[in-house]
Design a protein. Structure first.
Ligand code: DAT
Ligand code: MG
Length: 148
């Protein structure tokens, strides 16, 4: 069972797409292990996007992530990291295929609605950055043996 960090970034919240996106993860069969609305500080945004420090879009990216509330979530399930990345679509909304979250709702590269961890290792680091251990809930789903 794998976990991944998903952020519904400020554009997703402002465009009232929270329910639309969460429905996709639920319908896929993933389990929600953590959920909260966060006003990201500059410090949190810097830590989250540390890998992009020095790139031309870094300052703009930090301003964007701190510009309003973000929904932070932990989803888990079989191959959760790759499954979520596939549901999201590629980074550039203009290139993301129809049927994906970005493909259906994003045109921008920066304002692309959603973040998803890109590896199990990064997922563990990012979950620890956004959630305290007692904010995550362990449980099983009633249909777990059917969904797999
Ligand atoms: P992803 O979010 O698909 O994992 P990433 O980790 O390469 O993409 O980049 C993090 C975010 O930074 C991305 O969601 C949007 C922004 N970004 C990436 N490349 C960019 C670029 N060339 N210009 C502007 N923003 C960019
Ligand atoms: Mg990334």
């Amino acid at each position: 069972m794998q976990q991944t960090l998903i952020l519904l970034k400020p554009d997703c919240v402002q465009r009232r797409l929270i329910g639309n996106v969460i429905q996709r993860f639920e319908q896929k069969g993933l389990r929600l292990a953590g959920l909260k609305l966060v006003q990201s500080s500059k410090e949190l945004a810097e830590k989250h996007y540390a890998v992009h420090k020095g790139k031309p879009f870094y300052d703009s990216l930090l301003s964007f992530l701190t510009s309003g509330p973000t929904v932070a979530m932990v989803w888990e399930g079989r191959e959760a990291v790759a499954v979520c990345r596939n549901l999201m679509g590629v980074t550039d909304g203009a290139k993301a295929p129809p049927g994906t979250i970005r493909g259906d709702h994003a045109l921008s590269v920066q304002n692309n609605l959603i973040h998803g961890s890109d590896s199990a290792e990064n997922a563990a680091l990012e979950i620890a950055l956004w959630f305290k251990p007692d904010e995550l809930v362990r449980s099983s789903m009633a249909d777990g043996s059917w969904v797999g």
